[in-house]
Write a protein that binds this ligand. Structure first.
Ligand code: PMP
Length: 295
């Protein structure tokens, strides 16, 4: 699904065949989740394939590594360049790109001995599908920001996301919604949350969530649309009085939410601010040079 006999990966400065690549079973990343990764998308545009916000993603990868003290010896520019070459070598246009910084042999909890940078890419459709989502509030909360660096995209943090996703699916929902450790609305297992009330847009403030690059893009688009925006600490009760809501993330893009547990959002998705932002996002990623005409 992710690779075939022809698939090429970028690994430590070289392009290698995916099916000839191996990993170390004594890797610190494999045993302890001590690694960092990114999720990026490329789009076919009139001016060729464009990696959306490539620099921002590699800057976040660098920052994630710095926060958890994993040496990061590449430059953002060389990784952006490698990503374009990787897409070309694999003949990919609309692709999902997965950079991973992982540590080599070390079975102790000390500093990593060897660090590798890998980039893979594959064709991936809408991560959460195209339908409006039925969410459930998870029994798991997001990790406490004093236990880990929540703003870093670190491999081990995603056990929390996997637990929440599987719990939601086992209970018949499409996806989970996680609260933070103080009980305020946080985010999805792999996406940020927005909701609409009385024509205004609300989203949880930074601090207890991953600072999503799509979230930042949606905020920029909302500003261009002249929308009133509030970032703050919101409760589940705030959401249960909202008119509409959506998730956003690189893999998920902008996807509408139908309901959270037994609460169904009253506004028709097609009339919501989320739909406007979904259309604006879809245009922006595919026509990055076109002057946005949002009205
Ligand atoms: N929150 C979490 C926990 C995520 O894993 C992601 C996906 N990276 C997001 C939010 C959205 O981030 P981005 O828009 O940068 O993909």
């Amino acid at each position: 699904m992710y690779s075939n006999n022809e698939t090429v990966l970028f690994l430590d400065g070289k392009f290698v065949k995916a099916n000839e690549s191996t990993t170390d079973l004594y890797s610190q990343t494999l045993h302890y989740g001590y690694g960092a990764f990114e999720g990026i998308r490329s789009y076919e545009t009139k001016n060729g394939t464009k990696v959306f916000k490539a620099e921002e993603h590699y800057e976040r990868l660098k920052k994630s590594c710095e926060l958890v003290k994993i040496p990061f010896d590449c430059t953002v520019q060389e990784l952006v360049q490698a990503t374009y070459e990787l897409l070309e070598k694999n003949n990919l246009k609309n692709a999902y790109i997965r950079p991973l910084v992982y540590c080599g042999q070390n079975m102790s909890l000390s500093k990593p001995t060897r660090v590798s940078v890998m980039i893979a890419a594959w064709d991936w459709g809408a991560y959460l599908g195209e339908k409006l989502l039925r969410l459930t509030v998870s029994s798991y909360c997001r990790p406490h920001p004093k236990s880990i660096h929540i703003e870093a995209k670190v491999c081990g943090h995603y056990v929390n996301s996997i637990l929440a996703t599987n719990e939601a699916k086992d209970n018949g929902f499409d996806e989970a919604l996680l609260l933070d450790s103080d009980g305020f609305l946080a985010e999805g297992p792999g996406a940020n949350l927005f909701f609409e009330k009385d024509g205004k847009l609300f989203t949880p403030q930074l601090g207890n969530i991953l600072p999503g690059i799509t979230r930042a893009t949606v905020l920029e688009l909302a500003e261009q649309l002249g929308l009133e925006l509030h970032q703050g600490k919101f409760t589940r009760e705030d959401l249960f009085q909202a008119d509409s809501a959506f998730y956003c993330g690189t893999a998920a893009e902008v996807v509408g939410i139908l309901s959270v547990d037994t609460y169904q959002f009253p506004k028709n998705w097609n009339d919501s601010l989320g739909k406007k932002l979904q259309d604006a996002y879809s245009l922006l990623v595919r026509e990055p040079l076109k002057q946005l005409n949002l009205n």
